[in-house]
Design a protein around this ligand. Structure first.
Ligand SMILES: Cc1cc2nc3c(=O)[nH]c(=O)nc-3n(C[C@H](O)[C@H](O)[C@H](O)COP(=O)(O)O)c2cc1C
Length: 380
């Protein structure tokens, strides 16, 4: 269940939009058997009338079609007699910390809730946020920059068009040659009984300057992107723009100089064009915790999936004897799916920042406030 609260009224919300995002998350070369069991389809339960929000929370339900297969082992009633506890902890997953923290003896009590199945809920909320942003002229696209040691050519980094061109590709990579090599490598990784990670990138264009703030640490938008992206399971690094690579360069090669006039980019919203432009975007569209009018570019690095078909060494919980981890149905590589989840998180953070700045109970008020702001900053 996902509940999206704080949406203005008269925003179009369609199940088709949400289902499309859910099926994007389920696709990708290297996903596991679970994706065949679950064909995700949302049920919108509240907050929408005649296809539009009414101003109240929008509740969305996504059924877990795998649940009937677990009725016995995960029963809500009874004492669990006869159910063999799963007492091995997978290195890299929540199993060990989860049983200790919540006082369980059976890892099953941890692993469904800790599963990245929860990212479907993020994608549902993200679909609504994307729809909201589309009304404001913002477009979001994500793609995979690398899997294992295979990178797309550097020219494709930071490009909205490259990210958008990865749509429908099996690994969400904008370069067909790299994708082919990666697919062959994933097959080998699978054969070897192990898993793969990689780096995803999300680009948002049409974002005005001034979202977020420098006045308090928790309002800095770069920090909010960091938290949102880092909270995706298996994401272990987040970068804004040039990120870590900027630290080894002189400032003159890092900061994006500002030039007068609107420049070659598309106008922000309809006819509004900013009175300045830049030719580089190493800052990834963020300076001082605020958007700066350039496209927002964020990256997230995903570690390889913890569940291995050739299991790693671990301990038996309670007895603390050496053993090997259990093999749960699992993905070999979920980096393409992570790029869809990362898009959702970027959309949620941006939608929040728009609502914070332009407020309004109804879409009409918000659009009016937004166009007033654009008229002011564009000097109209
Ligand atoms: C889209 C997606 C799919 C994932 N699929 C699996 C999977 O099939 N098996 C698995 O062990 N981990 C999978 N993971 C990663 C785990 O959920 C994650 O490593 C685990 O929850 C521990 O959290 P941490 O890696 O952030 O420490 C997936 C992650 C994402 C984002």
């Amino acid at each position: 269940m996902t509940i999206v609260e704080g949406l203005p009224s008269n925003l179009a919300v369609e199940a088709g939009d949400i289902d499309r995002e859910l099926s994007r998350r389920q696709a990708g070369y290297g996903r596991g058997e679970r994706m065949q069991i679950e064909k995700d389809e949302v049920e919108i339960l509240s907050g929408v009338r005649f296809g539009k929000t009414m101003g109240g929370p929008v509740a969305m339900l996504l059924r877990n079609l795998d649940w009937p297969n677990w009725r016995g082992k995960m029963a809500q009633t009874g004492d669990g007699a006869g159910i063999e506890p799963l007492d091995t902890a997978r290195p890299g997953h929540a199993d060990l910390g989860g049983v200790l923290k919540y006082d369980h003896h059976d890892v099953r009590a941890v692993l469904e809730r800790a599963s990245a199945r929860e990212t479907a809920a993020r994608v549902m909320a993200g679909a609504v946020a994307k729809r909201f942003l589309r009304e404001l002229g913002v477009a979001i696209a994500g793609h995979v920059l690398s899997i294992g040691e295979f990178h797309v050519p550097p020219a494709l980094e930071g490009s909205f068009d490259a990210a958008a061109s990865s749509e429908g590709k099996p690994l969400r990579m904008a370069d067909a040659g790299t994708e082919e090599r990666v697919a062959r490598w994933i097959d080998k990784v699978k054969e070897a009984g192990t898993t793969a990670g990689g780096v995803v990138e999300v680009v948002a264009k049409g974002v005005p300057p001034g979202l977020g703030s420098y006045v308090a640490w928790d309002r800095r938008l770069d920090g909010r992107f960091g938290q949102a992206l880092m909270s995706i399971p298996a994401i272990k690094g987040v970068e804004i723009g040039g990120g870590v690579s900027l630290s080894s360069l002189p400032g003159s090669d890092v900061h994006d100089e500002v030039f007068p006039g609107p420049g070659p980019g598309e106008p922000l919203l309809g006819k509004h064009a900013l009175p300045f432009h830049r030719v580089t975007n190493r800052a990834g569209g963020l300076e001082g915790g605020m958007t700066n009018g350039a496209p927002v570019v964020v990256r997230a690095a995903m570690k390889p999936i913890p569940t291995q078909s050739l299991p790693l060494r671990t301990i038996r919980i309670g007895k603390w004897e050496p053993t090997t981890a259990h093999r749960e149905r699992s993905d070999v590589c979920a980096v393409p799916a992570a790029s869809v989840v990362a898009e959702a998180m970027v959309a949620i953070v941006l939608a929040d920042a728009f609502l914070e700045k332009f407020g309004g109970d109804a879409m009409r008020d918000l659009l009016y406030n937004y166009s007033g702001y654009l008229r002011r900053i564009c000097g109209e």
